[in-house]
Design a protein around this ligand. Structure first.
Ligand SMILES: NC(=O)c1ccc[n+]([C@@H]2O[C@H](COP(=O)([O-])OP(=O)(O)OC[C@H]3O[C@@H](n4cnc5c(N)ncnc54)[C@H](O)[C@@H]3O)[C@@H](O)[C@H]2O)c1
Length: 331
């Protein structure tokens, strides 16, 4: 039997990078291609331990480059695509929305056309709970797969647009697909512009930590390795055409997250600096993962065990995030 061919887009970034390592180590019998443009958010030093494995290949390419993507798909005849590649930082989408539309919407459409042309077995589109907009602070209300899409930032609007294209390619052309919508991830190799790695790196360097507004915005935190297991399950067992929400009921205010990191690193709360709130800052995200749990998924980390593991990882891997902060990883 020929080997299954799996394409992962955005596998030099945070979640895609963890997923690449997860599947390369788990599926020795798959042929795995990591396609990534290597924008500021992508770097492949994280893959030093797998880069020479026979089941792993890296291709540097732009998902919005139609000609290159079409010919790669025609040559490789992938069975599966797991699509992570995106512009992912909300703050950047507020200052420069255009690149978000180009990569997240137009790039996704190119991949869908290529996937359709060769007739793949499954396209998994990795999306975000931010497409649902925001919840108020009522702790009994959660995002379900039925919640209407009401994105508030250019980032979430571009992700919602790509979700709708994936849905439309399923409805119109019968493309086998799943969409996953996940809450905020954290864990190893998280780019230090995002709240948790930014806070850890600043506090380890005794620098002030910026907290937006009053710090009371709530996020539902999921360890990236639990997310990887969820995507693996959806890829292989998900019912085609279905959306699955991924979250572990780990709601914390941003201020609670920062205080937990300060306490763990035995530093002073004087390092907290409240700064002007982000424009259109969503109040609360919280996921109801019942549908995915029925498929057989359960998170293995609580916020307490996951944040302890993550802080320890950043202590043990100072060289990785210092390389990023210095900008030398771009060389
Ligand atoms: N980080 C989170 O908490 C979170 C939560 C839910 C969903 N998501 C979604 O998961 C996916 C991955 O998020 P992440 O945090 O790992 O992002 P990331 O920014 O760390 O990585 C994105 C990767 O995509 C690559 N990329 C960007 N533009 C590209 C292009 N035109 N062609 C090819 N590659 C390109 C980058 O080089 C980078 O390696 C995204 O689609 C994001 O919307 C993220």
């Amino acid at each position: 039997m020929s080997k299954k061919k799996l394409l992962i887009t955005g596998g030099a970034g945070f979640i895609g990078g963890n997923f690449v390592q997860y599947v390369v180590n788990k599926y020795a019998d798959y042929d795995i291609t990591n396609l990534d443009l290597l924008t500021y958010a992508g770097e492949v030093t994280k893959h030093v331990e797998i880069k020479d494995k026979s089941n792993y290949h890296f291709v540097q390419a732009d998902i919005a480059d139609r000609e290159t993507i079409m010919s790669l798909f025609e040559q490789e005849k992938f069975d599966y695509v797991v699509h992570f590649a995106a512009e992912s930082h909300v703050d950047r989408s507020i200052t420069d929305p255009a690149v978000f539309v180009r990569t997240n919407v137009m790039g996704t459409q190119v991949l869908l056309d290529a996937a359709r042309k060769i007739g793949i077995s499954k396209f998994v589109h990795v999306s975000t709970d931010e497409v649902y907009g925001e919840l108020d602070f009522d702790p009994t209300v959660f995002f379900t797969e039925e919640t209407p899409l009401q994105p508030n930032s250019p980032y979430s609007a571009s992700k919602a647009s790509s979700d709708l294209l994936v849905r439309a390619y399923h409805e119109t052309f019968g493309l086998p697909m799943n969409i996953t919508r996940c809450s905020n991830n954290y864990g190893p190799y998280h780019f230090p512009e995002k709240l948790i790695p930014l806070t850890i790196s600043k506090i380890m360097n005794d620098q002030k930590v910026p907290v937006y507004g009053d710090g009371k915005n709530i996020r539902d935190w999921l360890h990236v390795w639990d997310h990887c297991a969820a995507i693996d399950l959806v890829l292989h067992e998900g019912v085609s055409g279905e959306v699955y929400n991924v979250g572990g009921h780990n709601e914390r205010t941003n201020l609670e997250v920062v205080k937990t990191i300060i306490e763990t690193l035995e530093k002073s709360e004087d390092l907290i600096e409240f700064v002007t709130d982000r424009l259109g800052h969503d109040k609360r995200y919280a996921i109801d993962p019942t549908k995915l749990e029925k498929l057989g998924w359960k998170p293995t980390y609580t916020f307490e065990t996951g944040i302890a593991q993550t802080i320890q990882w950043y202590i043990d891997n100072t060289a990785w995030w210092e390389l990023i902060l210095s900008g030398d990883y771009r060389k």
